[in-house]
Ligand binder design. Structure first.
Ligand SMILES: C[S@@+](CC[C@H](N)C(=O)[O-])C[C@H]1O[C@@H](n2cnc3c(N)ncnc32)[C@H](O)[C@@H]1O
Length: 313
């Protein structure tokens, strides 16, 4: 069992990073859709982890597995979990330079291979708090390339928050992984929340550019099929995405709700503001029984599970 709000009274469920697409403002829509008691909670696109930290602070799961494809992000979560005091020590050396752009660019360009895990995690947190809009973007060679954010007084170090997050991460499995490998573990009694890079809705984002995107149409199709498999195995599965025809077509068999979010990151200032997003919340009511009765493979004798694996692929 992970640490709970009862054992850590200051646990507010606040993430330790800013993350584009962060779900703090949609928690009111998301949290009531997740059962009060979860056997294992899975979050395969962890990002800033807003939903994970909220659920952890409410003590709603027995186990949790969080993952992301971003190796530097995954390393940072592990350092917060395993060596929060070391991290606070290194971060406190950076604090006085929070508004110094020369320092920012020097640290941004530093050789991360020569750093320890704790130093790399402190660098990622420092850059996250001081760069433009808390964006995470790397160039072709994997180098972080977001410009300095020019904040007046960015809070680079919040030791209480880091210690709380560390406590909430205790016992949590943290993996660098593609979402599919995580999704296939979710079954009955479990909950899984998917918050992928969104299908672009802007008319200026050309289809050709989207097709080449690392999370393009093929990835979204793979995701829709992973979602359907989780539901078939009896997991409570939620998924966020942009509200557009492409998303709705991928989830026609499922119940899709519209939720409002405010998004600060758009290159066109007039397009910043409230936008609609969708929340896929499971099977449509008329389809509920046949979909939900398929038990979790882990609850079946091995031979039956193997047979089912052959049938369903
Ligand atoms: C929209 S963000 C998640 C935001 C998060 N829910 C929050 O509240 O901050 C999407 C995340 O998906 C990750 N990602 C992209 N492709 C992935 C893949 N194939 N498998 C797993 N994670 C992936 C990105 O690194 C990014 O952290």
């Amino acid at each position: 069992m992970v640490a709970s709000a009862r054992t850590y009274p200051d646990a507010s469920g606040t993430p330790f990073l800013k993350w584009v697409g962060g779900k703090r403002q949609l928690l009111e829509d998301i949290l009531p859709r997740i059962p009060d008691r979860i056997r294992t909670y899975y979050e395969p696109f962890i990002g800033g982890g807003a939903v994970f930290f909220a659920l952890a602070s409410q003590d709603r799961f027995d186990r949790a597995v969080i993952a992301d494809k971003n190796a530097a992000l995954v390393e940072t979560y592990r350092v917060v979990r395993d060596d929060v005091e070391g991290l606070i020590g290194v971060l406190s050396d950076h604090v006085e330079y929070a508004t110094d752009s020369d320092y920012f660019y020097a640290l941004r360009g530093a050789d991360t291979d020569a750093m320890s895990e704790v130093e790399r995690a402190a660098r990622l947190i420092f850059l996250n708090k001081t760069c433009f809009n808390g964006l995470y973007r790397v160039n072709r060679s994997g180098r972080f390339n977001v410009p300095f954010g020019r904040y007046k007084n960015p809070r680079v170090l919040n030791p209480t928050l880091l210690r709380t997050c560390s406590a909430l991460l205790r016992g949590v499995e943290i993996l660098e992984s593609d979402f599919e490998d995580i999704a296939r573990r979710a079954g009955r009694g479990d909950a899984i929340y998917f918050d992928p890079p969104y299908v672009p809705v802007s008319s200026t984002s050309s289809f050709t550019a989207y097709a080449k995107h690392p999370f393009g149409p093929d990835a979204h199709e793979r995701l829709a099929s992973a979602y359907a498999s989780c539901v078939r195995r009896g997991a409570v599965a939620l998924l966020s995405n942009s509200d557009c025809d492409a998303t709705r077509e991928l989830y026609t068999d499922f119940e899709v709700e519209t939720v409002r979010a405010t998004r600060a990151v758009n290159s066109v200032a007039s397009k910043r503001g409230a936008i609609d997003e969708v929340l896929v919340v499971g099977v449509k009511p008329h389809a509920r029984r046949p979909m939900a009765v398929v038990p979790n493979d882990s609850a079946l004798p091995a031979a039956v599970a193997r047979k089912r694996g052959k049938k369903t692929g």
